[in-house]
Design a binder for this molecule. Structure first.
Ligand SMILES: Nc1nc2c(c(=O)[nH]1)N[C@H]1C(S)=C(S)[C@@H](COP(=O)(O)OP(=O)(O)OC[C@H]3O[C@@H](n4cnc5c(=O)[nH]c(N)nc54)[C@H](O)[C@@H]3O)O[C@H]1N2
Ligand SMILES: Nc1nc2c(c(=O)[nH]1)N[C@H]1C(S)=C(S)[C@@H](COP(=O)(O)OP(=O)(O)OC[C@H]3O[C@@H](n4cnc5c(=O)[nH]c(N)nc54)[C@H](O)[C@@H]3O)O[C@H]1N2
Ligand SMILES: [Mo]
Length: 697
């Protein structure tokens, strides 16, 4: 019996990042605990880390590549070898590319997991410009904007340098630990006395402990931000030194915000004037202050407007790149994920063929397609026919907008590959399923895509030759088709990535992490990457695109104000997808530990509203609109406005053995929409701005 303790980086949730110590006995994991020495998670871990071993050993995990032998979603499969699987996939993709052009193959993944740089590399070499993620409405809008604004990276909260005020806008980070943030860092700063303002339609735990909670009408955040900018400019609460020396365009901005009077803000956002002013005053006068933003503000048609407005607030108050503010951290000196993806290998002529590329300029600038346009290409053959879909780590039948349309596309597509750990309802439509390794079964670089300036060693803890990592899958497909660009073994690629830092994978694994140089106020030396060299409150790109200093606020198309006839039948504003600690999007429903803690899909309703419909806490409720209906369990809470309903996303029932696995029972995306109007620059969809009605089931 040999007991070993290995420190590594958790990926119990798709984003990962927390430091853990894994106890291994005779090749088996016997325990996982938080690593108190870890620089970003400081010993904190969540229930998903504990459940990782259950996931690793789960009886329904896929163990062999499968080929479908019956009609789609008939549940009839045969096992094949890896050799055969790679052969079929490589041959078929190549054949389709030769016949119809590489653009007729679409590559898709979900949120940022730790392998997409390999997928990028393969896709660009393959020559397909058609790459679909959730980036049109999650996180990538922020990233794409940094280029427009000439910022060297995403301005994220510098929790280690103790902000005195944190403005949490559309994020519930103590639950979701999203992107670069682990919620514990916010909690620790609150304990040290930092003030907190929370903008959220729901009274989350964070909202309950905030100094100021702004209970906003869903998807009107841009108006609130414009109102705050106006208040700060009018009262001259902005950082005069920073604005005078390092910015241009304040005059244009001032004119732009002039019509966002407190009365108008109150009318549109439901936030009382004095509260808005109190928040603006607190944020502008407490130094340093930082804005922590989340996906709650990006899933509506004003996505780019609100993201830009928040960056302007940061600059206006002089909190950009200062200790305890929003900082532009440098990555360590390694081959970045963008360069690893070989974007220059994709010919310009192919880029011009990106589906939806002409419509959404910012989305196109980050090399992604709007999902709806890809479904159109599959179903209707416009602008040309898409024949194949390679999906690595996504369950679009459950997580993507407008489930009915997704299903139609999955039914129609000629050839489909799904790489996953479990047979999801989506995988049931595939021609080939590739069983992937758990994050505990391969070496990789954790937090590669994040903006906090760290990368972490995520180490192989247990062996499993039956399941391959996505790194290995793409490396093997790559070896067949483009051998000069791939490696004998994916671990060799890790050495390549780390080589500029002059460490090998083995050395990196011992170090645990690398961090980029930390330097504040870099703009003093190098300015901003704009034409003027300054931070521009009226970016050149916006001028070029015929916009004002900020995109104008648009009322979302499905609200009681903009769709009054529809609202007669569906009177409530529906917001979806607030995270729970147990589940990561559609993952985890098969794990008993998680399911025991969170057995059912939850819909949050104000008691006064519930009462009107005879609904009690714990009742099953039908949530419906003109697109579909689902069944969810009611949680009554005063923490939501009587006019608003919140429904969880990601629900399917792995315990249901028919090939649909119950994805049509409680999947809120049966009610969401993927079609325009969407954000005109980014294609962001309206997951936080819909209409619905409720009744007792
Ligand atoms: N446990 C867990 N962690 C996760 C995930 C998960 O599924 N589970 N998902 C991961 C992913 S993909 C992402 S993108 C991140 C998301 O992480 P965050 O960006 O922190 O998102 P949430 O935790 O859902 O918090 C969003 C908040 O926005 C609020 N909100 C809804 N509509 C509006 C609105 O119109 N305006 C404002 N101001 N707020 C609004 C919601 O009530 C909710 O409290 O989390 C990641 N981490
Ligand atoms: N209504 C509504 N819908 C939403 C949201 C919302 O707020 N409301 N949020 C949206 C957001 S922000 C996002 S980012 C998306 C998330 O969307 P996705 O990231 O597509 O989420 P999942 O459906 O959880 O798909 C992940 C799948 O990958 C598998 N998987 C896990 N690890 C690996 C791996 O290493 N390799 C491979 N190949 N597979 C793996 C899992 O088993 C699971 O089936 O959902 C979006 N959908
Ligand atoms: Mo996301």
């Amino acid at each position: 019996m040999v007991l070993e303790e290995i420190s590594t980086n958790c990926r119990g949730c798709g984003h990962g990042g927390c430091g853990i110590i894994v106890k291994v006995e005779d090749g088996k994991i016997v325990g996982i605990k938080g690593d108190e020495t870890h620089p970003i998670s400081k010993g904190y871990i969540c229930i998903k880390a504990y459940a990782a071993v259950e996931q690793l050993n789960h009886p329904s995990r896929l163990r062999h590549p499968l080929r479908r032998i019956g009609p789609k979603s008939s549940g009839k499969w045969e096992e094949i070898t890896w050799n055969e699987a790679i052969d079929v996939v490589a041959t078929k993709l190549k054949e389709i590319a030769e016949e119809s052009g590489p653009e007729s193959v679409v590559f898709m993944h979900g949120t940022g997991r730790d392998y997409f740089h390999f997928m990028n590399r393969f896709t660009n070499l393959f020559g397909s410009p058609n790459y679909v993620t959730n980036g049109h409405m999650c996180y990538i809008p922020r990233l794409a904007l940094t280029k427009v604004l000439g910022l060297s990276s995403l301005p994220i909260v510098d929790y280690d340098a103790s902000p005195k005020c944190v403005l949490v806008w559309g994020s519930n980070s103590v639950i979701s630990n999203p992107d670069e943030y682990i919620g514990i860092n916010l909690t620790l700063n609150l304990k040290k006395g930092a003030k907190m303002i929370v903008v959220d339609p729901r009274k989350t735990r964070l909202a309950s402990s905030a100094n100021i909670w702004l209970q906003i009408r869903p998807s009107t955040d841009l108006v609130l931000a414009l109102g705050m900018i106006k208040y700060i400019i009018d009262r001259e609460l902005y950082d005069k030194n920073f604005v005078e020396h390092y910015t241009i365009g304040l005059k244009d901005l001032k004119i732009h915000v002039s019509r966002y009077t407190p009365q108008l803000v109150e009318e549109i956002t439901w936030i009382p004037r004095d509260k808005m002013e109190e928040a603006a005053e607190m944020y502008a006068t407490t130094k340093p202050a930082a804005i922590h933003w989340g996906v709650g503000i990006e899933q509506n048609i004003n996505c780019i407007g609100i993201d830009a407005a928040l960056m302007y607030l940061v600059a206006l108050t002089g909190n950009l790149d200062v200790p305890g503010g929003n900082v532009l951290f440098d990555s360590p000196p390694i081959v970045g994920y963008r360069d690893f993806g070989l974007p220059d290998k994709l010919p310009e002529e192919k880029k011009q063929k990106r589906i939806g590329g002409q419509e959404y300029k910012l989305l196109d600038s980050v090399g992604r397609c709007p999902p709806y346009a890809v479904w159109d290409a599959i179903i209707e053959g416009r602008p040309y026919k898409v024949r194949a879909l390679y999906i690595a780590g996504s369950n679009p039948l459950v997580v993507r907008e407008n489930t009915a349309r997704v299903r139609e596309a999955l039914e129609k597509v000629e050839f489909m590959v799904v790489a996953d750990m479990f047979k999801t309802p989506t995988a049931e439509y595939a021609d080939i399923i590739l069983p992937v390794a758990s994050w505990l079964e391969y070496n990789t670089i954790g937090d590669y895509w994040k903006s906090h300036g760290y990368v972490f060693a995520r180490k192989k803890i247990v062996d499993n030759s039956e399941c391959w990592s996505d790194l290995k899958i793409f490396n093997e497909l790559g070896k067949r088709l483009y051998p000069e660009y791939f490696w004998n073994d994916p671990d060799d690629a890790l050495n390549y990535i780390l080589s500029p830092a002059k460490v090998t994978w083995v050395e990196f694994a011992k170090l645990g992490y690398l961090r980029g140089r930390v330097e504040y106020r870099k703009y003093i030396k190098v300015g901003f990457n704009t034409k003027s060299g300054k931070f521009e409150f009226y970016p050149e790109k916006f001028k070029e695109w015929g916009l004002g200093p900020l995109p104008e606020y648009q009322e979302n198309p499905e609200t009681p104000l903009s769709a009054s006839a529809l609202a007669e039948r569906y009177p409530y504003m529906l917001i979806t997808g607030g995270r729970s600690i147990e589940y990561f999007n559609s993952e985890g429903r098969q794990l008993k530990t998680l399911r025991r803690s969170h057995p059912d899909p939850i819909v949050e309703i104000n008691p006064a509203t519930a009462n009107k419909h005879g609904i009690k806490d714990g009742d099953w409720v039908i949530v419906e609109n003109h697109r579909g209906s689902v069944k969810m369990k009611a949680r009554l809470t005063e923490g939501i406005d009587p006019r608003v309903i919140h429904a969880e996303h990601g629900w399917w029932f792995p315990e249901i053995e028919t090939p649909d696995h119950g994805y049509q029972i409680s999947n809120i995306n049966l009610l969401t929409d993927d079609r325009p109007p969407v954000d005109p620059l980014m294609g962001s969809t309206r997951l936080k701005s819909l209409l619905c009605n409720i009744r007792k089931a």
